[in-house]
Structure formats: structure tokens, C-alpha cells
Design a protein around this ligand. Structure first.
Ligand SMILES: C[S@@+](CC[C@H](N)C(=O)[O-])C[C@H]1O[C@@H](n2cnc3c(N)ncnc32)[C@H](O)[C@@H]1O
Length: 239
């Protein structure tokens, strides 16, 4: 997420020792509330849309995949932790017309509303203040769920991150319809770690190409982009 918040996962891929993952203020609602209040002020003062996490190409990459798969334009799409809503803007410009964005920060949702209003797309997109870890019951049945940096943020929560990650998977399972697609962009988890995190109820389909880095003769990816499909296996309901 950005460069400032980028923290490598600390454990071996796929292992249970992921609990040593370091926590950070980026995992708290207070951090995001402050960030989006600042971005909202900046939008009001100089029209700046704010941070585009993972850059423009991260949105193009996902939209390209959706086009290649011939995802129907009226598919219901949920952007989890939409922030400034710029990804929704790109989706609506690409022809998708059944879009919902949620974020637990009211300032983020106001910013997204203002940006979409400025761009003339207010009518076509639903925006809701919603905590994905405690979602309303009607947040369900989506054909596609998108996450660009939100699972990363949840994973950095200093307070019970492991439980919150499990809750994220449960909420995702509720939000997405069977056979629906989940596209995740992460800079804090490797491919194997993400497959492990979403192993219950989700089938890994493919990894999308992402920017590579080279350092000390080794090449790796700074960003992981994966596509999962929700399978029909039921998740145990948490009490
Ligand atoms: C790294 S930012 C990414 C924002 C946006 N997806 C993008 O790509 O620009 C993470 C976002 O997740 C939101 N977020 C974190 N935890 C959340 C939760 N439990 N429910 C809803 N939104 C959450 C934050 O408010 C923030 O907007």
C-alpha cells in the first residue's frame, strides 16, 4: 500500500506463523479517518483526488482481466474499502453499471461522492459507510468483490489481526455469490500466503502479472494480484 506502508510479510509462505505479521497504525480506523479527512480537505481546496493505491496500472490490470473474461457490464460489483472511489470511477467509465463501494470511514465515502459528482456519475454508483468486518445483512449476492489494499489494512490491525482476517473471509463469503469472483491486490502478502488465508471457501484461479523488482540479483513481485472463485463449500458459522 503506497510505499510508506509497505511491510513485508514476516513468515514463510503458507505457514501458520503469519501471526508474527507486524501491526501498524495503518490497521486502525483512526489512521484512515485522519487520512480521508485530510484528503477531503485537499479535494475541497484544490480538487486533488488523493492517493491512488498501487497506482493507475493496478486498476487497468483488473479491468483488463474483467474484459478478457467477458464479465457482463451489469454484473454486481462490490469494491471493499473503496477509499476515494477512483476505482469505481474507472469501472463506470469502462461500462460497468451495477457498482457498490463501501468504506468504514465516513470521510472516504463523502470524498468518493464528491469525486463521482464532479465526474457526473452520481446516479450510477451506490456508496455506503459500512464496516466490512461487521457488514449489514443486505451486503450479499455480489457477482464480483474487489479488494485493493483493504485486506492488507485489516491485516495490520494491532488489535486481534488474526481474528479480523478470519472475519474478513467470513464477510467475503457472505458478500460474494457462489461461483463469484474475488480479485485481491496486496503488497503485504505473497501469493502462497493469500491462497492460505482464503483457503476456506475460495478456489485460487490465477495470478495476474504485477510490477517486479530486482535486488541483489533476485527478482520478486512487490505487489500480488490474485483471482479467486467462491466455491460451494460452506464455511463454519462463527458464534
Ligand atoms: C489502502 S486503502 C485502499 C483504498 C482503495 N481500495 C484504493 O485502492 O485506493 C484501504 C482502505 O480500506 C478501508 N478499510 C479498512 N478496514 C476496513 C473495514 N473493516 N471496512 C471497510 N473499509 C475498511 C480504509 O478506510 C481504506 O479506505
Amino acid at each position: 500500500m503506497g510505499t510508506e506502508g509497505r511491510q513485508p510479510a514476516l513468515s514463510a509462505p503458507g505457514s501458520e506463523s503469519q501471526e508474527s505479521f507486524s501491526s501498524s497504525r495503518l490497521g486502525t480506523r483512526g489512521f484512515w479517518d485522519d487520512a480521508y479527512k485530510r484528503e477531503l480537505r485537499s479535494f475541497q481546496e484544490c480538487g486533488d483526488y488523493g492517493e491512488i493505491w498501487f497506482g493507475e496500472e493496478s486498476m487497468n490490470r483488473l479491468i483488463k482481466w474483467m474484459k478478457k473474461q467477458k464479465i457482463p457490464q451489469d454484473s454486481s460489483i462490490l469494491d471493499i474499502g473503496t477509499g476515494n472511489g477512483v476505482f469505481l470511477l474507472e469501472l463506470v467509465k469502462s461500462g460497468y453499471n451495477n457498482l457498490t463501494g463501501i468504506d468504514y470511514c465516513p470521510a472516504a465515502i463523502i470524498l468518493a461522492e464528491r469525486i463521482l459528482e464532479k465526474e457526473g456519475f452520481t446516479q450510477s454508483i451506490r456508496l455506503q459507510v459500512e464496516d466490512f468486518l461487521n457488514p449489514s445483512s443486505d451486503l450479499s449476492g455480489f457477482d464480483i468483490c474487489l479488494d485493493k489494499g483493504t485486506f492488507d489494512a485489516v491485516s495490520l490491525d494491532p488489535d486481534n489481526a488474526m481474528e479480523k482476517r478470519e472475519q474478513f473471509v467470513m464477510s467475503l463469503s457472505h458478500a460474494l455469490k457462489t461461483e463469484g469472483f474475488f480479485l485481491i491486490t496486496s503488497c503485504n502478502w505473497t501469493k502462497d500466503e493469500l491462497i492460505h488465508q482464503f483457503r476456506e471457501g475460495f478456489e485460487f484461479l490465477e495470478e495476474l502479472p504485477s510490477p517486479k523488482f530486482s535486488f541483489g540479483g533476485r527478482t520478486g513481485s512487490s505487489v500480488t494480484v490474485l483471482v479467486f472463485k467462491k466455491n460451494s463449500q460452506m464455511l463454519a458459522t462463527k458464534q
